[in-house]
Design a protein around this ligand. Sequence first.
Ligand SMILES: NC(=O)C1=CN([C@@H]2O[C@H](COP(=O)(O)OP(=O)(O)OC[C@H]3O[C@@H](n4cnc5c(N)ncnc54)[C@H](OP(=O)(O)O)[C@@H]3O)[C@@H](O)[C@H]2O)C=CC1
Ligand SMILES: O=C(O)C1=N[C@H](C(=O)O)C[C@H](O)C1
Length: 266
Amino acid sequence: MINLGIFGANGRMGRVLIEAIDEQTSTELTLAAVRSGSDWTGMDVGELAGIGQRGLTVTDQWDSAADNVDVMIDFTLPEALEQNLAWCVQHQKPVVIGTTGLNEQQKQALEAAAKQVPVVFAANMSVGVNLLLNLLKQTARVMGETADIEIWEAHHRYKKDAPSGTAVAMGEAIADELGRDLKDCAVYGREGHTGERPQKEIGFATIRGGDIVGEHTALFAELGERIELTHKASSRLTFAKGAVRAARWLSDKPSGLYSMQDVLGL
Ligand SMILES: NC(=O)C1=CN([C@@H]2O[C@H](COP(=O)(O)OP(=O)(O)OC[C@H]3O[C@@H](n4cnc5c(N)ncnc54)[C@H](OP(=O)(O)O)[C@@H]3O)[C@@H](O)[C@H]2O)C=CC1
Ligand SMILES: O=C(O)C1=N[C@H](C(=O)O)C[C@H](O)C1
């Protein structure tokens, strides 16, 4: 049995993580952490996730459960990342991180923490997106030098970062394969008299609306033909199941920064 803890248990991902951990016979939820003073403190985790009472309450007293946790899972917001990492380092807990929209300082904090505890970081925990990253590299090898490359993504109205972490990871996978630096060739939206498209650009477009769980497309457009590679997530449980799989995989690994590709053996 692997005992798991969740940061941000009351969030959209936190709630489906409770459900995903509950579904597995080999994992048990032993810490459902929320921020200090949160209104959710004291609520039964099963009630929070809509799956009926489970006998564990949401808490803002994280330390009291630390001894009973093997791996933490963090899907919160970038502002919470450094505090969560510090807690994992202090208590020597491996951690799976799905939070997106990290700035340079937060990325460095992630790398520093991974020297002291095992860390899986992935902007998207689904099997499909991680397979897609490989397909994008293959497509870039064949068409990338001559095709116009565009990436677009669509998410729910509540999402706070843009473009999505997955879209950025897709752009990075393609740019790496083509020997380009995404910082130099990315264009985030276009407006006005933009002129003709420079061939080496990688363009990004973002849609936000309603309850869209997460959709990503990469376009490789030539004169005369084009390829579009699309992934559509229809349930957050897909991401949560991926995170639980990553946590199980991480439980016996040494310190280091791992990807979902490592977890899946891709
Ligand atoms: N890698 C992947 O596969 C996926 C990644 N994500 C990413 O996961 C993250 C969370 O998404 P989602 O669940 O939809 O977001 P929500 O806004 O629903 O949840 C965010 C959680 O983080 C907590 N939080 C926010 N700010 C702080 C803070 N400063 N200190 C402590 N806790 C804080 C919130 O607590 P409170 O309510 O108290 O503010 C809440 O519990 C996003 O970055 C998203 O992009 C999402 C899906 C899949
Ligand atoms: O915020 C979300 O919801 C999602 N965020 C991730 C991202 O930014 O790529 C992954 C997924 O698409 C859902």
